[in-house]
Design a protein around this ligand. Sequence first.
Ligand SMILES: C[S@@+](CC[C@H](N)C(=O)[O-])C[C@H]1O[C@@H](n2cnc3c(N)ncnc32)[C@H](O)[C@@H]1O
Length: 343
Amino acid sequence: MLIAHFARLKPVCPVCRVTHSVESPLRIGAVGKQLGNEILEGSLICSNPRCQREYPILDGIPIVLADPASWFNQQILGILKREDLSPFMQSLLGDLSGASSPLDRDRGNNAIYADAHWNPTAPAFLDFFDRAAGLLPSLSSGPSLDIGCSVGRGTLELARRTQDLTVGLDLNFSMLRLAQRIRLTGQADYERRRVGLVFDSVSCTVADYPTENVSFWCADISILPFPNATFRNMTALNMLDCAPSPLGLLLEMSRTLAPGHYALLTTPFDWAVGASQPADWIGGHSQRSSPHQGSSVEELPRFLAHAGLEVASEAKDIPWRLRLHERSVTEYSVHAVAVRHQS
Ligand SMILES: C[S@@+](CC[C@H](N)C(=O)[O-])C[C@H]1O[C@@H](n2cnc3c(N)ncnc32)[C@H](O)[C@@H]1O
């Protein structure tokens, strides 16, 4: 986290927002490791004397969560993961831990998104991003936010287009670490599943991004640790259907997007059962009684309007491909909308 980014974003305590409905600014606490103007290890502290919570900065990524304990328990593998192991040892440990083990899930998940974002010859995500971003009428100068950034290509693409501060935000620390490593080293090193527990190493140089304008944050999209109207551009790509509360995501987008500015929202409406309850989905349920027979596409504008977001343009079927292994690709047909925060 660059100190200048912290000063510009003026982050606030998520616990104070939830429990006391106040915006308590965070301040920089301890600094353990620093590289130039970038804090790699340290803490942020809530300035509210009744709270004073401490939030860690790890690998240069601020972790600003209202419920850190359950997050730490779920993400411990990504937090303590080693990066010094040879491909030989990674492969041996992968075999020993077995299929669908936490290690295998972490490797597999990272492989899918790293390859989509950073494959040196055919990064499927880039085609997708270009088509979706074409819906935005304009990009403004000022801070941007990429919600659910995963391994970071969208964040860096947004930063390249705006040439201004761009925050990539996610909950998955393993993916954020990869995004951060690519940002800091200009090198995308990742694994790609070939078959079963067999992975190949991929390494490529990533050039021409204004990496000094990019900041990766670990936070929950349900409680963004930023004040109202912080951002001038926003993307939430393929994550509405993974959100714990889809309407909650739209409300947080609206709260933190400056009035009159645009956000890009894309989704395959692949409602994830583990992420949210069907009653909270946008369409996808109550076929008999809902005005649009459960159509997610038809229901979306009503939810957007409730959050103060108005559709400016849309595309109904942008392909989004994820490679699972050498003989398997999942292709989604994604619905994309550029929305304007009504002033
Ligand atoms: C389907 S992936 C999409 C990733 C990327 N935007 C893309 O299009 O390739 C959804 C992302 O949202 C993140 N995510 C899920 N729930 C989240 C939450 N509550 N807060 C922040 N990020 C979340 C996941 O970790 C994952 O990286």
